[in-house]
Design a protein around this ligand. Structure first.
Ligand SMILES: CC(C)(COP(=O)(O)OP(=O)(O)OC[C@H]1O[C@@H](n2cnc3c(N)ncnc32)[C@H](O)[C@@H]1OP(=O)(O)O)[C@@H](O)C(=O)NCCC(=O)NCCS
Length: 156
């Protein structure tokens, strides 16, 4: 039987799977720690979206708000390596955009390592544009660079 796929807001019960996905997607030195993820999911001024098929969470996306502004940031987007290239990343971005429009957000901003070509492609596909090169943005090398692009999408 076909399982239902949907995107919903995360609950505290999703925490362990989110930690697991983060560690499947990034090496230890680049992954958010449990503590950071706990902050982002529970305490921060954020929205966390999860993509599910049946009861399995296959991907998640974290939005962070900046108080008093109409700009929101995408902190991260992760899709289970065994479920990539199925459109889950694009769907998460599209639902995030819809959610942000309803909240009156006018611009989405994010930073991405200049060596993360797959993520850059995904963001460009979703309508984001590179606006700035941030030298030594990260504390650690991502592949061979610490530099990042800032990318934005205006919501009209
Ligand atoms: C980046 C990531 C979220 C993409 O998720 P995904 O569900 O596989 O992406 P989608 O299937 O929605 O792909 C959408 C578009 O992104 C681009 N893309 C995705 N994977 C790609 C790949 N391996 N090579 C080139 N382009 C790719 C394509 O433009 C694709 O559209 P197309 O299939 O019509 O060509 C996923 O690869 C991931 O979790 N990576 C590790 C974590 C990460 O780096 N996150 C970004 C942090 S800033």
């Amino acid at each position: 039987m076909q399982q239902t796929t949907r995107i919903r807001t995360a609950t505290p019960d999703d925490f362990e799977r989110i930690v697991e996905l983060e560690n499947l997607c990034f090496s230890k030195e680049h992954a958010y720690t449990r503590r950071q993820l706990h902050y982002l999911l529970i305490k921060a001024n954020s929205t966390v979206l999860v993509e599910t098929t049946g009861t399995l969470i296959r991907g998640f996306l974290i939005i962070l708000y900046r108080r008093g502004t109409t700009v929101a940031g995408i902190e991260t987007i992760n899709v289970d390596p065994t479920h990539r290239k199925k459109g889950i990343g694009l769907q998460l971005l599209s639902v995030a955009e819809e959610h942000l429009r309803k909240k009156g957000i006018q611009k989405i901003r994010l930073e991405v390592s200049i060596s993360n070509n797959v993520a850059i492609k995904l963001y460009e596909h979703a309508g984001f544009q590179k606006i700035m090169l941030l030298k030594k943005y990260y504390h650690y090398d991502h592949e061979d660079s610490r530099d990042a692009y800032r990318m934005v999408k205006e919501l009209h």
